[in-house]
Design a protein around this ligand. Structure first.
Ligand SMILES: CC(C)(COP(=O)(O)OP(=O)(O)OC[C@H]1O[C@@H](n2cnc3c(N)ncnc32)[C@H](O)[C@@H]1OP(=O)(O)O)[C@@H](O)C(=O)NCCC(=O)NCCS
Length: 218
């Protein structure tokens, strides 16, 4: 395609938030044609039905050429965004579409009070690793044989600055604020309970060993 036409087409890209079930097959077809990992309809429904505001599509001349699917929920007391799928059609790569789709999802996550956002990417996926690195994501974990095809992966993470989290949380409705705070305190309580149970168990074992030793010495 001539560079002028590419430029014109690039300028015409439109971004659209997921609206309803009519969008589902469009997203599924694009993801299936561009990603190596197969997903069932249940996986799509799980993400999109629960977090429709975190699914965005990019359109070029009436055709869907990019999509992102994410979620946002409690993870061990942290309010964590997760990018499950990001795809751009081969014909439209390097137009900035992938970056824009991630930016839009991150904005929704930030405004909902997220602490962080994570995703996994194959260790050989140079394009995705570079895209996320430009957006400030770091390599948080190395995941051996993470994908069904046996390929290793990186977990990438973007930590949102505390002042950004505080600012957006303060603007949330009370109910949402309380839900996030409760998840964090519940997790803290669960940790303390587990620690107390582990300490009891250790004390029990020590007492049993001491009494056995004493019996053997008699
Ligand atoms: C990864 C993917 C989503 C990138 O989409 P895109 O719209 O082409 O990305 P962008 O145009 O926003 O690129 C942003 C930056 O990422 C980097 N990048 C993107 N593709 C790259 C590639 N193939 N090689 C190296 N760097 C690349 C570049 O630094 C680019 O900035 P630049 O164009 O200014 O140099 C797209 O290649 C894709 O759909 N791949 C297959 C599915 C996939 O791997 N999804 C990610 C799963 S974690």
């Amino acid at each position: 395609m001539a560079s002028e036409e590419r430029r014109a087409e690039r300028a015409e890209i439109e971004y659209k938030a997921y609206e309803d079930e009519h969008d589902l097959p469009v997203v599924m077809d694009l993801v299936a044609s561009e990603l190596s990992e197969p997903y069932s309809i249940f996986t799509y429904r799980y993400f999109i039905a629960s977090w429709p505001g975190l699914c965005w599509m990019a359109y070029s001349r009436g055709k869907c050429v990019g999509a992102i699917v994410c979620k946002l929920d409690d993870h061990r007391g942290v309010f964590r965004g997760y990018i499950a799928m990001l795809v751009v059609a081969k014909t439209h790569r390097k137009y900035g579409i992938g970056t824009e789709l991630v930016r839009r999802s991150l904005k929704v996550m930030r405004e909902a009070g997220a602490d962080e956002c994570v995703l996994e990417a194959e260790e050989c996926n140079r394009g995705a690793l570079a895209l996320y690195q430009h957006l400030g994501f770091i390599r948080d974990k190395y995941l051996v044989r993470y994908y069904l095809n046996g390929v290793n992966a990186f977990r990438l993470k973007l930590l949102l600055p505390q002042e950004v989290v505080d600012k957006h949380r303060a603007a949330l409705p009370d109910e949402a604020k309380k839900r996030i705070e409760k998840a964090a305190t519940d997790y803290e309580a669960r940790l303390q309970k587990d620690e107390a149970a582990a300490a009891d168990k250790e004390a029990e074992t020590e007492a049993a060993v001491a009494s056995e030793t004493a019996a053997n010495l008699e």
